[in-house]
Ligand binder design. Structure first.
Ligand code: ZN
Ligand code: ZN
Length: 488
């Protein structure tokens, strides 16, 4: 048994791990795209997209969740000839074709027949699984690895493998993966459990339940995005959101919230509905327009509504009491590009006549590195009645990070370049840090601490150098006899 990493080792993107079960059999966990600066590290776009490893022994692909940095290389895997099953939870299986279609359109091709062909393959190979139930994997025990010369036959009984998906609480459908290998004399008591964390969610995430630790892990491959930090103010972030919006709309300016269409947008809607529900005496809150300007977000919100059984207890209670946390009265969804332009014009014009209703616009992308939010920024960034509210991590080199950095200077206005044009930031700039969808250091430690049988071997992936190193020390303190390794 051996684990190889084809991504998420020098940073957080490009997740793709290969578990070699024996000489003839392996499985992949995730097949994600490299993004941002981690992409520019790769020599050229070709190498960053390519499946540059032998896939002849790969019997199955298991998807932890459908963020693009965990699924974006699937079209290339299919193009490389992978024909095995793609296992994912039911919700991930429902979201995945939408994500892949969008990724192909944005990054690869507008050719409809190529997109259609790729989606057809994907859907044919997708196998939706229930959470918490074992699925046996079909391995090649007769040694007929198609694309390679048959190695010597294995001695003894063939190894058996099965997988189970568990709630990860990161985004809708997200899972961590338990793999159990059995029947091999190499393992203590003949069994070995490997757990791949995927991305783990944090407690108090709106809408979704927190992850529970597995009963047993012999080997653990774990993310470390926040291995060096603990989240602050998670419990009072709703109040913070309310306060910032209340101050922002006093001058009737628009509030712009850049947010990724999957996950963050739905969390925000859930929080805003909660505020509106509580503020029955506030004319402002009862009148405010909440505009989601993203056709993708609308499709994802629909799936969040389809999978209400995956919501946490609080969200389910609200629904039972007759509320609709993700589809309430003051919510408007902008779909076509024409409507998008009209909405910007409407908001700009009503400003001139100062008869605008307060409005919050939620649009992608979450780091302003493209998407419809950019047009809103072009129209409203140099207006002092505007407020921009960041609720997610802004990576270095993105427009979002620049606005965060150069905006908000009380004495002189900073500026950014959008499409080559210099724009003065007159808008107010705010950041709320309590919305992270990742477990923090305590969460990552508790994930291990709460296992009944703890790992003898931990491989740390999916984090910056500092985060990985600090988390490794913490795990070593917790498990002095275990092998703690930063994956390479
Ligand atoms: Zn993720
Ligand atoms: Zn991730």
């Amino acid at each position: 048994m051996k684990i190889q990493h084809h991504g998420a080792v020098n940073g957080v993107t490009g997740s793709c791990h290969q578990l070699h079960i024996d000489k003839n059999n392996s499985i992949l966990i995730d097949c994600g795209l490299f993004q941002g600066d981690e992409n520019s590290d790769k020599k050229d776009i070709e190498t960053s997209l390519a499946i540059n490893f032998d896939i002849s022994t790969v019997r199955a692909l298991i998807i932890t969740h459908c963020h693009i940095d965990h699924v974006g290389r699937i079209p290339y895997l299919l193009a490389a000839g992978f024909k095995g099953p793609i296992y994912a939870t039911k919700a991930t299986a429902a979201l995945l074709p939408l994500v892949i279609e969008d990724a192909l359109k944005v990054g690869v091709t507008r050719n409809k027949s190529i997109i259609k062909a790729c989606l057809k393959l994907l859907k044919a190979q997708l196998v939706p699984l229930e959470y918490k139930s074992w699925q046996a994997l079909e391995l090649d025990t007769a040694c007929s690895a198609r694309n390679s010369v048959c190695p010597e036959p294995l001695k003894g009984n063939p190894v058996k493998a099965k997988i189970k998906l568990q709630i990860a609480g990161h985004i809708l459908g997200s899972a961590y993966v338990e793999v159990e290998l059995s029947n091999s004399p190499d393992f203590i008591k003949g069994k070995h459990r490997i757990v791949f964390s995927g991305d783990l969610g944090a407690p108090y995430t709106p809408l979704l339940p927190a992850p529970k630790s597995p009963y047993r892990a012999d080997t653990l491959v774990i993310e470390s995005t926040y291995g060096d930090k603990n989240h602050q103010h998670r419990k009072d972030r709703t109040k913070q959101l309310q306060n910032i919006i209340e101050k922002a709309v006093i001058d009737n300016g628009v509030v712009l919230i850049p947010a990724f269409s999957i996950g963050r947008t739905q969390e925000l809607l859930y929080e805003l509905e909660k505020i509106i529900h509580r503020q029955t005496n506030s004319i402002m809150w009862q009148n405010i327009d909440i505009i989601v300007d993203s056709p993708m977000a609308a499709k994802f919100t629909e799936q969040y509504n389809n999978f209400k059984d995956l919501w946490d207890a609080e969200a389910k209670r609200e629904m039972k009491s007759g509320r609709h946390p993700l589809s309430f009265e003051q919510l408007y969804t902008v779909d076509s590009h024409k409507e998008h332009i009209q909405t910007i014009e409407y908001l700009a014009k009503s400003r001139e006549f100062s008869k605008r209703k307060p409005a919050i616009v939620i649009a992608a992308s979450g780091m302003c590195s493209g998407g419809r939010i950019v047009n809103y920024l072009k129209a409203f960034l140099n207006d002092k009645t505007t407020d921009i509210l960041f609720v997610g991590y802004q990576a270095i080199g993105t427009l979002g990070r620049d606005i965060q950095k150069y905006g908000n200077k009380s004495n002189k206005a900073g500026y950014v370049f959008i499409d080559g044009k210099r724009l003065i930031i007159k808008a107010g700039v705010h950041t709320i840090s309590g919305y992270s969808a990742h477990a923090d250091q305590n969460g990552l430690i508790n994930f291990v601490k709460r296992m009944r049988y703890k790992p003898q071997h931990i491989k740390i992936v999916h984090g910056d150098e500092e985060a990985k190193a600090i988390l490794a020390n913490k795990y070593q303190e917790l498990l002095p006899n275990a092998k703690i390794e930063i994956a390479k």
